[in-house]
Write a protein that binds this ligand. Structure first.
Ligand code: NOJ
Length: 536
C-alpha cells in the first residue's frame, strides 16, 4: 500500500509516453520519423498531458533490429538527425516542463560496433573478452542448447577465429560480456554521456538478460510449449537470464544515476511478479521501476486482472513504486487485443491504477495493428518465424495525425504502410470530437494529474467477479474515487458491501453517465467503465 511519501518524484507522479521514433513524425520526407519531427509534435504531447517521453533507440545503427543493434552509443543515427538536434530536443522538452528518457541497450551491441569488429578480429585482441566467445563442443556442436529470441540457436560460428559467439537476439546483436570490468566501465560511461546532456533517465533494454550462467548450463525444456509460440519458448531460460549477479550490475547503474539529481531508470523485464520485484533491489537500490507488463500479458478478463493487481500490490517491496503498461513496440496494440470498446475500459484502468502509467504512441487514438503484407514485412522476428504471425510491424506503423497524405506522417514513402482508415481515425479528427478516445484520454490524464487520490493515493480493492473490477483510490483527506469497470460485453451489476457508498460519476466511457449520482448498487452496460467521485 501507499507509503504516503511527502517528497515524491516526477516519475512517480507523472505519465510516460513511448515514442517509436521511426514512426512518430517525419520532417525530411524520407519516410522515417526523426528528431525534428518529434520537435514539431511536442505541443501535442504537452496538450495530451503526459509528463515524460521515452524514445526508442535513436543511435547509429545498421537497423537489423531497428535501432536495438547499436553501432555507436554516443551519437545519433543520421536517419534521426544529429547530436545538435538532440540537444535542441532536450531543451525543448525541458522548456515545456517535460522529461526525456532514452533507451539504453546494454546487453548487446551491433555486430558493426567497433568493439565487436575488434573482438572478432583475432582471439588475442584486447576486446576479445568483451563478448561471449566459446569453443565448439568435442562433438563439433554448439556450446549449449540456448536459443535466440528471434529463432534458431543463440550461437553463431565465426570462421575466422574458429569460435562461437553468443547472441540472445539476432546474430547481428552479439551479447556483451558484462563480467568484464572494462565493459562495465565503458557502458556506465555511456550513461554518463547522456546524463551530462541532460536526459532524465533510461529505459534499460532486456535488463534481466545481462548476465548468463558462468558454466553455460543447458536450459531445461519448457513443458508448456505450444507450436504457435516463438521457437525460443521451447526452453525455459533458466540459465541464460535472471542470474543473481545481474543485481550487482543494476546497482552500479543506479549509482551512476544517483550521482545526478532526480534521474530514473525503468527496466525492461519479462518475469513473474515475485522475480520481477527483486529488481527494485534492497531498500530500493536498483531499478526505480521494473516494468510491470501484466496488463499486456494476461487474458483480458476481470478476475485474473484483479487478482494480478492484488498480487502485484502485495509483492511490492516497502517503498517500491508500482507501474503499469498497456502497450509497447513489441506487443500487439491494446485496441487490437481487446477490441475497440474494451480499449476505453483499458484506458480507464491504466490511468486510475496506482503507479506510473506508460502509454504507447497512438494508443490514445485507438490505433490498431495494421496488417502488413508478407512482402512488406520488415521486423526480423516476423521474417525469421514467418508462419507464427509474430511480426511486430503491425504495432509500429506511422502515427495517424490527420487526413492528409500518409496521415500527415510523411510526404515521402512511409517505411511501413498505414492503416486503411486513417482519414477517419486520426488525431485531428479526434481533437474536434468531445466524445473521441483522444478526448477521453485527455480527461482521464487531466483528472489523474490534478487529484492526489488518483495520482498517488492508495489502491483499495472493492470487488471483482467474472465481469467487473471495482476499486477505490484514496489519499489522506482528499476526494476519494470509486472506479467500476466492466471487462465483459454484457451488462454487469456492482453492489458495494458498504451500503452508504455514494457519489457522482465524473468520467465514463458512456458520457451520458457523467454528472449523475450513483449509490452502492450500480448497473453497467457491457464494455462500460465509470469513475465516481465519492461523497465525503
Ligand atoms: C527488447 C526490445 O524492446 C525489442 O524491440 C528488441 O528487439 C530486443 N530488446 C532486442 O534488443
Amino acid at each position: 500500500m501507499n507509503q504516503h511519501q511527502t517528497n515524491r518524484h516526477w516519475w512517480q507522479e507523472g505519465i510516460i509516453y513511448q515514442i517509436y521514433p521511426r514512426s512518430f513524425q517525419d520532417s525530411n520526407n524520407d519516410g522515417i520519423g526523426d528528431i525534428q519531427g518529434i520537435l514539431q509534435r511536442l505541443d501535442y504531447l504537452n496538450d495530451l498531458g503526459i509528463s515524460a517521453i521515452w524514445l526508442s533507440p535513436i543511435y547509429p545503427s545498421p537497423m537489423a533490429d531497428f535501432g536495438y543493434d547499436i553501432a555507436d552509443y554516443q551519437n545519433i543515427d543520421p536517419l534521426f538527425g544529429t547530436l545538435n538536434d538532440f540537444d535542441t530536443l532536450v531543451a525543448a522538452v525541458h522548456s515545456r516542463g517535460l522529461k526525456l528518457i532514452l533507451d539504453f541497450v546494454p546487453n548487446h551491441t551491433s555486430d558493426q560496433h567497433p568493439w565487436f569488429l575488434e573482438s572478432r578480429s583475432s582471439r588475442d585482441n584486447p576486446k576479445r573478452d568483451w563478448y561471449l566467445w566459446q569453443d565448439k563442443r568435442s562433438d563439433e556442436s554448439v556450446p549449449n542448447n540456448w536459443l535466440s529470441a528471434f529463432g534458431g540457436s543463440a550461437w553463431e560460428w565465426d570462421e575466422l577465429t574458429q569460435q562461437y559467439y553468443y547472441h540472445a537476439f539476432l546474430k547481428e546483436q552479439p551479447d556483451l560480456n558484462w563480467r568484464n570490468p572494462d565493459v562495465q566501465k565503458a557502458m556506465l560511461n555511456v550513461m554518463r554521456f547522456w546524463l551530462d546532456k541532460g536526459v532524465d533517465g533510461f529505459r534499460v533494454d532486456v535488463m534481466w538478460h545481462l548476465i548468463k550462467d558462468i558454466q553455460l548450463r543447458d536450459n531445461p525444456v519448457n513443458p508448456d510449449y505450444q507450436p504457435h509460440m516463438a521457437t525460443y519458448d521451447q526452453l525455459l531460460p533458466l540459465y541464460s537470464t535472471d542470474q543473481p549477479e545481474v543485481h550487482d550490475l543494476v546497482r552500479q547503474m543506479r549509482q551512476v544515476l544517483d550521482s545526478y539529481p532526480d534521474r530514473m531508470m525503468v527496466g525492461e523485464i519479462y518475469l513473474p511478479i515475485q522475480q520481477l520485484v527483486t529488481y527494485y533491489g534492497i531498500d530500493g537500490n536498483e531499478a526505480h521501476l521494473p516494468f510491470n507488463f501484466q496488463l499486456l500479458l494476461l487474458p483480458w478478463e476481470a478476475r485474473p486482472i484483479a487478482t494480478a493487481i492484488d498480487q502485484y500490490e502485495t509483492a511490492l517491496p516497502a517503498g517500491g513504486w508500482p507501474n503499469w503498461v498497456l502497450g509497447n513496440h513489441d506487443q500487439p496494440r491494446i485496441t487490437s487485443r481487446v477490441g475497440k470498446e474494451q480499449a476505453w475500459v483499458a484506458a480507464m484502468l491504466l490511468l486510475t491504477l496506482r503507479g506510473t502509467p506508460t502509454l504507447y504512441y497512438g494508443d490514445e487514438i485507438g490505433m490498431r495493428d495494421v496488417p502488413i503484407p508478407f512482402d512488406e514485412v520488415q521486423d526480423p522476428q516476423g521474417l525469421n518465424m514467418p508462419d507464427k504471425n509474430l511480426s511486430r510491424d503491425p504495432e509500429r506503423t506511422p502515427m495517424q495525425w490527420n487526413e492528409n497524405l500518409n496521415a500527415g506522417f510523411t510526404e515521402g514513402k512511409p517505411w511501413l504502410r498505414l492503416a486503411r482508415d486513417v482519414v477517419r481515425e486520426n488525431v485531428r479528427h479526434q481533437q474536434e470530437d468531445t466524445y473521441s478516445m483522444l478526448s477521453f484520454y485527455k480527461r482521464l490524464i487531466k483528472l489523474r494529474q490534478q487529484e492526489p487520490s488518483l495520482m498517488v493515493g492508495d489502491y483499495i480493492p472493492v470487488h471483482a467477479d467474472t465481469q467487473l473490477i471495482a476499486y477505490i483510490r484514496q489519499f489522506d483527506t482528499d476526494s476519494r474515487f470509486l472506479i467500476v469497470l466492466n471487462l465483459s460485453h454484457r451488462p454487469g451489476f456492482f453492489k458495494a458491501k458498504d451500503s452508504s457508498l455514494k457519489g457522482v460519476v465524473e468520467i465514463a466511457t458512456t458520457p451520458e453517465w457523467e454528472g449523475n449520482p450513483v449509490g452502492s448498487t450500480i448497473g453497467l452496460r457491457g464494455d462500460e467503465g465509470i469513475l465516481v467521485r465519492l461523497d465525503d
